[in-house]
Design a protein around this ligand. Structure first.
Ligand SMILES: *Cc1c(COP(=O)(O)O)cnc(C)c1O
Ligand SMILES: [Zn+2]
Length: 408
């Protein structure tokens, strides 16, 4: 079913055979999966997609896995694309939508990428996977490894949300809590990969997670009946979702399934860790290491994304921009989204809500264009962060809990 032909280095264009185990190119560049899209165009159609399974494998011809038996699924993808008129009215955007990836297995869009990476590992006969993670990728790997019956070795900062730690333990993964950031975790995984023979599924060091994540782009197109929105606000950490969607749009054009202008890709980061925003504003093609990174949006605590060149390219080529908001602004905006639309978002998704009125004020977005806020995770995974807003009162004070949101 797959039309995968080979992999290609995104820096030096070197070619790598399909059906083998690869990490980065020797030049340090991430590898991209390439497909015979002409063949896909002739043998596949939008009607077929319509009748496909309700998970990422509905796009199997443009995913790398070839054996149906390896296509494991926990029901990831085909998440709701919601029209949010009350929030739109509040923020001054008349055609506003929220894509809610918080309803994925393990509560984040990371399920898409890891479903694909673990399926590929299964197909290639890899038995031991290892990952450095700021939290949600660890939960997703642990779940899919359990579903596939393979080992997961997880390294995450000691201060990850409790939900992520509990999930990993529940799924039976081998978990190491690290006194450091994701970069320190990555070094430990690299050492273990050499010594213990683990396969390193770090973002972009492993070429197939991005393939799973690109289904976000396919899904947006499909759910809008094969038309693309004017702009997508995406909470950018490693930036793989953004790069993945951009790749999806290029493939959709090659398939002849969408035409016209691509969406403006807008990277939203947090004030406490904004290497992409800084590089974008300074006109540079690469990010500098962001010191002392901290934010409640743990998925965005990536001080130096490996795919920086690709992220910045996509933002610029799309006519998009990059913007940072504070933790407080993100949490406030998240409560507005929840109270107005019934979507309890992760702080990462909430950050995009906070960014929207600023972008309109700057003229980066037009109030009437179709705008999608990509919510990457579930609010429920961040109970520590939300509990700062909702400290529980001693009994007898319950009646004071109403009306916590003050109107603007
Ligand atoms: C990992 C993560 C992100 C950042 O994802 P990238 O595509 O790597 O930028 C955003 N939000 C949540 C909830 C995450 O878990
Ligand atoms: Zn290369």
């Amino acid at each position: 079913m797959t039309t995968l032909t080979h992999l290609e280095c995104t820096r030096c264009a070197r070619r790598f055979e399909a059906g083998q185990v690869w990490n980065l190119c020797e030049c340090g560049g991430p590898l991209a999966a390439r497909y015979d899209l002409e063949r896909a165009r002739q043998s596949w159609s939008r009607d077929w997609v319509n009748n496909g399974p309700s998970n990422i494998w509905r796009y199997a011809p443009v995913l790398p896995v070839s054996k149906p038996a390896a296509m494991i699924s926990l029901g990831e993808g085909m998440t709701p694309l919601l029209r949010t008129p009350r929030l739109g009215e509040r923020l001054g955007a008349s055609d506003l939508w929220v894509k809610d990836d918080g309803v994925n297995p393990t509560g984040s869009f990371k399920a898409r990428g890891l479903a694909c990476a673990v399926a590929m590992a299964l197909e290639l006969g890899i038995r031991k996977l290892a990952i450095p993670s700021a939290g949600n990728a660890a939960s997703a790997l642990a779940a899919y490894a359990a579903a596939a019956g393979i080992e997961a070795h997880i390294f995450m900062p000691r201060d990850v949300p409790q939900s992520n730690f509990s999930e990993c333990m529940a799924f039976g993964a081998r978990v190491t809590l690290v006194d450091g950031l994701i970069g320190d975790c990555a070094r430990m995984v690299a050492q273990g990969a050499e010594k213990e023979g683990w396969f390193d599924v770090s973002t972009l060091k492993e070429p197939y997670r991005i393939e799973g994540k690109k289904t976000m782009g396919y899904e947006l197109a499909e759910q809008f009946r094969w038309a693309l929105p004017g702009a997508i606000l995406y909470p950018t950490g490693g930036g793989v979702g953004l790069i993945g969607m951009w790749k999806a749009f290029a493939e959709l054009e090659a398939l002849g399934w969408v035409v016209g202008k691509r969406p403006k890709m807008i990277a939203v980061q947090m004030e406490g860790c904004q290497p992409v925003v800084r590089a974008f504003e300074q006109g540079r093609s690469q990010c500098e290491f962001w010191r002392d990174a901290w934010t409640v949006a743990s998925g965005l605590r990536v001080p130096q994304p490996l795919g920086d060149v690709l992220i910045l390219d996509a933002i610029r080529a799309s006519g998009g921009t990059a913007i940072a908001v504070s933790d407080q602004e993100a949490l406030d905006a998240g409560l507005e989204l929840a109270a107005l639309e019934g979507v309890f978002a992760a702080p990462e998704g909430a950050a995009c809500v906070a960014a929207l009125p600023k972008l309109i004020a700057r003229g980066a977005l037009d109030a009437a264009e179709r705008i999608v806020i990509y919510n990457t995770g579930a609010g429920l995974k961040y109970l520590e962060a939300w509990s700062t807003r909702f400290p529980r009162q001693a009994s007898g004070d319950q009646d004071k809990l109403g009306g916590l949101i003050t109107p603007r």
